[in-house]
Design a protein around this ligand. Structure first.
Ligand code: TXA
Ligand code: MG
Length: 347
């Protein structure tokens, strides 16, 4: 299959639907899969109501079929066709964070979307992306779109159309290129089916921000305690991994340099994932900075692209700085730990 690229200028808010977006929407109506930008990462969309279309997502990504998908919508009317939610908290969350990087796990209306989307669960995950192209595409297709991140299963999520091309060229109908995404990490997944909402996956909206709107919020124990099985099926898979083994170092910069030297003495080529504050003082074969520690949203935004960049070098091992696990740092450390297969070296 030849994968089309639709280039759309992302510098201005869309005031009309671009012909390229109309074309992509037509593909979706014909049960094809199309990648599109959101404010978090690029998604791989298909008609959430069609078994045939949704199957193509799993095929293109090589994704295990027991891992359910997020349904993307452009209006609250669309949500009402999918979920019979009643809770006051859900109303407040929608009001405060949609459109935006918050996915709500809600009770589903049977038959509203393909069983393949929800992997046999009685709940459905829904979000309204804060991106003019994503919203225009959903509206033009006039469909709820099931959309995981548009990477091959196990790879870091794509934050540019080029990343999507590298993973999925020839496997999907097309890609809408709307430039680099902003947030850089996926949405926060929040289970709203219990009395107290539970974070199943930390992401673009922080625990602190959620608590300001709806009071107490819990974190799925599996994210904190090792050995607990996660409530969100996707969280059990290793993910986001670069080719070379990655270790997170909880220690000082001189300590990182000592670790690098040790490996280099064994004849290894070493990469270090660092920040602009430290980049000038790291002594390794490949030193890549993913943002500034003074503003961790810059790290969130660049993390996946930086992990992918390491694959372009012929290196044997990567050491990464650690980040404080609060605010957006919680999502950053969650993804880094997965990329590292939980391998931490403490000074
Ligand atoms: O930012 C995002 O959320 C991106 C963009 C494209 O919207 N999408 C994304 O989708 O990250 P994906 O498929 O890579 O991750 C979906 C996560 C998985 O961890 C999955 O297990 C979880 O959401 N999930 C989906 N439906 C669920 C449900 N009913 N209950 C619990 N977890 C669910
Ligand atoms: Mg993903």
């Amino acid at each position: 299959m030849k994968t089309k690229i639709w280039n759309v200028d992302n510098r201005s808010e869309i005031t009309y639907i671009y012909p390229q977006v109309e074309e992509a929407a037509t593909e979706l109506q014909h049960d094809e899969v199309v990648s599109f930008p959101t404010e978090t990462v690029y998604g791989l969309g298909a008609n959430a109501k069609s078994d045939k279309a949704v199957s193509k997502i799993f095929e293109a990504k090589g994704r295990p079929s027991d891992n359910p998908l997020i349904v993307h919508i452009a209006s609250v009317e669309q949500l009402k066709e999918i979920s019979s939610y009643q809770s006051e908290i859900v109303h407040k969350l929608i009001e405060a964070f949609w459109p935006g990087p918050l996915t709500l796990v809600l009770p589903k209306i049977e038959g509203a979307v393909s069983e393949k989307v929800t992997a046999g669960l009685s709940t459905v995950a829904v979000r309204m992306p804060d991106h003019p192209i994503a919203l225009a595409l959903i509206e033009a297709a006039n469909l709820p779109l099931a959309a995981p991140s548009a990477n091959l299963s196990g790879k870091p999520s794509p934050t540019t159309a080029d990343h999507v091309m590298k993973d999925l060229n020839g496997r999907i109908a097309g890609i809408i290129n709307g430039g680099a995404t902003g947030v850089g990490l996926e949405s926060t997944v929040l289970d709203c089916t219990e009395e107290v909402p539970v974070i199943l996956r930390p992401g673009g909206v922080t625990k602190e921000q959620l608590e300001e709107v709806c009071g107490k919020v819990e974190i799925d124990q599996s994210l904190i305690v090792e050995g607990q099985s996660p409530k969100s099926p996707g969280m059990k898979y290793t993910h986001y991994a670069p080719k070379a083994p990655l270790f997170i170092v909880e220690g000082s910069l001189p300590y990182i340099n000592t670790l690098v030297k040790e490996k280099q003495n064994e004849g290894k080529k070493v990469g270090v994932l660092t920040t602009s504050e430290n980049a000038g003082n790291v002594e390794a074969n490949v030193v890549l900075s993913c943002g500034t520690r003074a503003d961790l949203t810059t790290v969130a935004s660049q993390l996946y692209a930086t992990l992918r960049s390491f694959d372009e070098y012929d290196i044997d091992i990567i050491y990464s700085e650690a980040f404080p696990s609060e605010g957006v740092g919680q999502a950053i450390m969650n993804r880094l730990l997965k990329a590292a297969g939980n391998q931490i070296i403490s000074q």
